[in-house]
Design a protein around this ligand. Structure first.
Ligand SMILES: C[S@@+](CC[C@H](N)C(=O)[O-])C[C@H]1O[C@@H](n2cnc3c(N)ncnc32)[C@H](O)[C@@H]1O
Length: 284
């Protein structure tokens, strides 16, 4: 692709601006923004929109919210302001899936589903499972439903349920039916300083969860005990330093076969890829 002089100057300026703004991977972000906004038939409009997008990124609006899309486990998902951007860290759940030994038709719940990334990725890998994504936030549910409709065109089937996981009555029909519950809940301790992409430009309820970050995790474990079928699995993503406490919570609720799995390949400077897995015993 041949860029004219103005485009080359705009790219050089954009790189400087992104670096000055403290964006952690300016070359990656620049290449996405060029691809999305600059290389267009209408060059005047493209230049204008490209610089607007760079300005937004310098204001630390998340890249994926600006371009409106994210690739998660090979799924092209739509995202935007008001919904959590799925992170590659969560693919640790999918890498483990083969170990779960789930039978055809088994019911799966993705709690705190956001845009539906985790549930949709499970359904892509195992189209024979019955997956339901649960989310309470109005805006997130809009993205969830859009992604489900888009993925339906690719033959991936997932159900959406708008519900608050603190409302046990919304889940009574699942009691003792579920073979696998997965969740990437908000798990950051209230008040912990984060990059502005998360602290200022994500909904608070998608990031923070109480003093130790585990309020929703406690809720999910308690709910799972009611919903899992005997030998059903619970898988929750969390921070690396939270692992001992999460394991303790699993133990306190009588879960067995507890293990914490860290995927170093999917970890990066923004955090580790960590989850704890546990199983309801056969006699529950
Ligand atoms: C860390 S985000 C994860 C989203 C998605 N699982 C992902 O990995 O991209 C947590 C999600 O939990 C949702 N959430 C927070 N509290 C909730 C609650 N009480 N009931 C249901 N969903 C909740 C938030 O709206 C947000 O979409």
């Amino acid at each position: 692709m041949i860029l004219d002089e103005r485009e080359q100057q705009a790219i050089a300026r954009a790189r400087n601006l992104l670096m000055e703004a403290g964006v952690w991977d300016p070359d990656n972000d620049l290449s996405c923004l060029v691809d999305r906004f600059l290389i267009r038939a209408n060059k005047e409009q493209a230049l204008d929109e490209f610089m607007l997008a760079v300005t937004e990124r310098c204001n630390r609006i998340p890249l994926e919210h600006i371009v409106g899309a994210v690739a998660f486990d090979e799924l092209p998902l739509v995202v935007g302001s008001g919904v959590f951007i799925p992170r590659p860290h969560s693919t640790v759940i999918h890498k483990w899936l083969d170990d779960a030994g789930l039978v055809v038709g088994a019911e799966v719940l993705d709690l705190c589903a956001g845009s539906g990334a985790i549930g949709l990725a499970i359904a892509r890998r195992r189209p024979d499972l019955s997956v339901t994504c649960v989310e309470f936030d109005e805006v997130a549910v809009q993205y969830l439903k859009r992604n489900i409709a888009r993925m339906t065109m690719k033959g991936i089937q997932v159900n959406a349920l708008q519900a608050d996981i603190r409302d046990l009555s919304a889940f009574s029909r699942f009691a003792r039916q579920i073979a696998l519950i997965v969740a990437n809940p908000p798990y950051v301790p209230q008040g912990l300083e984060l990059q502005p992409e998360w602290s200022s430009h994500h909904p608070q309820a998608s990031v923070y969860s109480g003093a130790d970050g585990l309020d929703l995790t406690r809720q999910i474990i308690a709910l799972a005990i009611d919903l899992l079928a005997p030998r059903g699995w619970l898988v929750i993503e969390h921070g690396e330093d939270q692992a001992p406490l999460v394991r303790q919570l699993f133990e306190q609720h009588g879960l067995t076969e507890i293990q914490t799995i860290i995927d170093h390949a999917a970890s990066d400077t923004t955090g580790s890829s960590v989850m704890t897995v546990g199983r309801l015993s056969a006699d529950c």
